[in-house]
Design a protein around this ligand. Structure first.
Ligand code: ARG
Length: 459
């Protein structure tokens, strides 16, 4: 079939070659952005006297018809027209006649595709920012209920020191807060207009780039026409921010999976976010959490794919860059889906506070309390550590915990131990006493929740 750019060609490619080169199977996702970009472009062509008022009106009305059809998914795309830009141009010409061919005056697909993707990402990133905020809101609500629920805190996945469950949840709140900041910050770069850069060198037509930028709601425009059509770092940044977000979600999922196990039993996923086994009737698997953890891999993959695509491409546009799209679409879908599922999972999960609290009493994670006890009475911490280490060993040999060891044994280890050590050994007390700034003490945790709520109210 004759191509819209077919003038200098004497032969046409076979269908299977066209198929390899075409992006329409996936860039049709950009249809609305593409038409909106074209409406702004043709409006500007009219304002600048480059096209007559009459032509502009015809083109605008044709584009609006296509936009309506696009929204109702009534457009039929064809591989023969390669990509979304040429498909729309062809449809426009079919709709309003040869005047449709004037739309592409002073423009190239290179600035056009870049514009489409900036518009696309602006919308999706704003949606993602809102979804992160919803997740943070749910986290704060959960945290408020569990300030005084205590759980073992871990390092190296070994019991370390007991902490407030709310404090643990709020650790993720702040990770997501940084994610939200990163996405918000990236909007500054996403919201710049490449339109009017032409193929790479600008155009001889007296266009007004400022006007198209304003019509499309951009905050400004690319300074350099070559950069405008060559830049894909706004997408790489999106993929990178998405990878970091997914990494946070994935770590949280890993904990939920562990906590749902028979060994922990700290939480139970709601039935609506778990699945059964086709063979083992007793099973209830935290599939959704596993799947988010798994999907993190594809987002990392998308980031690395695009970094690799771009690393060897000379300025300006190269067809390699068509490879920027599928990973971007896939990441938007993956991140959006993961956030929604994850928020639902957290909101509905059952927290087994009794099991958590019981766990804090069946370990040596209160050993630091004893070392601190001696250190507070003037024993150099290093010596205190040694003394308590020996006491732990004694307990292990006797098969008991520190709270079960009689005072006489403590006295033997150090005269400074008094009856009040048993209160210090209580995990609840141990948690509540840690009120250094940002610590797990209940007063600090409540303060942190207050700050978090304020942050959510502000932005
Ligand atoms: N489908 C192309 C892409 O996604 C659009 C830009 C094509 N430009 C060109 N000069 N071939 O990158």
């Amino acid at each position: 079939m004759k191509k819209l750019w077919g003038g200098r060609f004497t032969k046409t490619a076979e269908e299977w070659v066209d198929e390899f080169g075409a992006s329409i199977p996936f860039d049709k996702e950009l249809v609305e952005e593409d038409i909106e970009g074209s409406i702004a472009h043709v409006t500007m062509l009219g304002e600048c006297g480059i096209l007559s008022k009459e032509d502009v009106e015809k083109i605008q009305s044709g584009l609006l018809i296509l936009l309506e059809k696009a929204k109702k998914q009534q457009l039929e795309f064809s591989i023969a027209y390669e990509d979304i830009h040429l498909n729309i141009e062809k449809m426009l010409i079919d709709e309003i006649g040869p005047v449709g061919g004037k739309l592409h005056t002073g423009r190239s697909r290179n600035d056009q595709v870049a514009t489409d993707m900036h518009l696309y990402l602006r919308k999706r990133v704003n949606e993602i920012i809102e979804l992160i905020k919803e997740l943070q809101t749910v986290l704060v609500e959960k945290a408020e209920k569990h300030v005084e629920t205590i759980i073992p805190g871990y390092t190296h996945l070994q019991r370390a020191q007991p902490v407030s469950f709310a404090h643990h949840l709020m650790a993720y709140f702040w990770m997501f807060e940084r994610d939200r900041e990163r996405f918000t910050e990236s909007l500054k770069r996403i919201n710049k207009s490449p339109l009017g850069a032409g193929a790479l060198a600008g155009t001889t037509f007296p266009i007004d780039r400022q006007l198209t930028a304003e019509l499309l709601g951009f905050d400004g425009m690319y300074e350099n026409s070559i950069d405008a059509v060559s830049d894909r770092d706004f997408i790489i940044e999106f993929l990178s921010n998405s990878s970091i977000l997914m990494m946070h979600l994935s770590r949280f999922c890993e904990e939920l999976i562990l906590w749902s196990s028979q060994e922990f039993q700290f939480v139970e996923m709601d039935d609506t976010f778990a699945t059964g086994s086709s063979i083992m009737p007793q099973k209830k698997n935290p599939d959704m959490a596993e799947l988010i953890r798994g999907k993190t891999g594809r987002v990392y993959g998308n980031l690395f794919a695009l970094l690799t695509v771009m690393k060897g491409t000379p300025l300006a546009y190269n067809k390699d860059m068509q490879e920027d799209k599928e990973g971007m679409f896939d990441t938007v879908k993956t991140v959006t889906g993961s956030l929604k599922i994850f928020t639902g999972m957290i909101a509905t999960m059952k927290v087994n506070t009794a099991v958590m609290e019981k766990a804090t009493k069946q370990d040596f994670s209160n050993a630091t309390e004893l070392a601190d006890y001696l250190a507070a009475k003037g024993v150099p911490f290093r010596e205190a550590h040694e003394i308590v280490g020996k006491l732990v060993l004694t307990c292990i040999e006797k098969g008991i915990f520190l709270a079960d060891l009689p005072l006489t044994d403590y006295k033997e280890a150090s005269e400074l131990f008094e009856e009040d050590i048993y209160e210090a050994l209580n995990p609840y007390t141990a948690v509540n006493r840690r009120n250094s700034a940002g610590g797990t003490g209940f007063t600090e945790v409540k303060k942190a929740i207050g700050k978090a709520k304020k942050r959510l109210d502000e932005k």
